[in-house]
Design a protein around this ligand. Structure first.
Ligand SMILES: NC(=O)c1ccc[n+]([C@@H]2O[C@H](COP(=O)([O-])OP(=O)(O)OC[C@H]3O[C@@H](n4cnc5c(N)ncnc54)[C@H](OP(=O)(O)O)[C@@H]3O)[C@@H](O)[C@H]2O)c1
Length: 261
């Protein structure tokens, strides 16, 4: 049995990372499709400003704070859709990484979405109510680059978690899907870092990510990419031959480009 489809019209959606570049685009698209939003992140002013345009409730929460995560879980249970989009990007030079920075990235990028998704799925399975979970991973969940070890670790982990949960939920009223953006122009962590891409590498827009999130909610595939086909192909090949990928990236000066962040 396929999972029942969720209609965004009049559905209630909790969106983490709503104050960020991609969060704003996702919120706008979900609102345009008639969803009632619960917007969450740490920066209240940005959330209030966004809610002024999209409507919806603002919940300030720090995903590195376990009490805040417990509170968010309580609030998420009244929602039909959970979009786990918050994330921390680059981790910079190896010598700057500390135990605290490891904890922070693991908490925000991996622990909190796992905990929230599991509680949300358990609740809706027990109630027998249709619901959709979308996690926002990355092509960095398939291919590793230099200077992004914690980001790669958490995005690889989030991909594995979501693809397994997707299988657990097949044939139930609840779905879980991963959205995997590539390099996104104009807004968000990649655009903010102003990194120069190697020649020929194409980008996608924040709207492409928002469209991928809508598809994930409505069609419940295992994984939706918001990345050009050639980048997806290179990422999948790189996953098969990581040593070749490392040499290719070295010849393209990727370490120098990512160290500039
Ligand atoms: N932009 C890209 O090219 C790209 C590519 C692939 C994947 N992605 C993924 O897309 C997602 C959104 O990224 P983005 O580009 O929109 O990045 P962004 O503009 O930097 O936004 C990151 C969001 O995460 C939230 N966040 C960070 N730390 C948090 C914490 N401790 N507690 C609660 N919220 C926290 C931020 O909110 P506050 O600071 O207000 O708390 C913000 O809303 C991320 O998962 C990212 O990995 C992005």
């Amino acid at each position: 049995m396929d999972s029942p489809r969720i209609s965004l019209q009049n559905s209630r959606v909790m969106l983490t990372g709503a104050s960020g570049g991609l969060g704003a685009a996702i919120a706008r698209e979900l609102s345009r499709r008639g969803a009632d939003l619960v917007l969450t992140a740490r920066r209240r002013e940005l959330l209030v400003d966004l809610a002024g345009r999209t409507g919806g409730e603002v919940l300030v929460a720090d995903l590195a704070d376990r009490l805040d995560v417990d509170r968010l879980i309580e609030d998420s249970l009244g929602c039909d859709v959970l979009v786990l989009n918050a994330g921390i990007g680059n981790d910079g030079p190896l010598e700057d990484v500390s135990a605290d920075s490891v904890d922070l990235v693991l908490d925000v990028n991996l622990r909190s979405p796992i905990q929230m998704a599991i509680a949300f799925a358990q609740h809706h399975l027990a109630e027998g109510t249709p619901a959709a979970i979308v996690t926002v991973g990355s092509v960095a969940g398939i291919v590793a680059t230099p200077n992004t070890r914690l980001y790669n670790a958490t995005k690889f982990g989030l991909r594995g978690f979501t693809l397994s949960l997707h299988q657990d939920l097949l044939g139930t009223p609840v779905s879980a899907s991963l959205v995997a953006p590539g390099f996104i122009r104009d807004a968000g962590m990649f655009a903010d870092n102003d990194i120069e891409l190697p020649p020929g590498v194409r980008t996608k827009s924040p709207q492409d990510v928002a469209d991928a999130v809508v598809r994930a909610i409505e069609e419940a595939p295992a994984e939706v990419f918001a990345a050009p086909p050639e980048l997806r192909a290179v990422a999948k090949l790189s996953a098969l031959v990581p040593g070749v990928s490392a040499r290719l990236q070295r010849s393209l000066g990727v370490a120098e480009r990512t160290a500039e962040r």
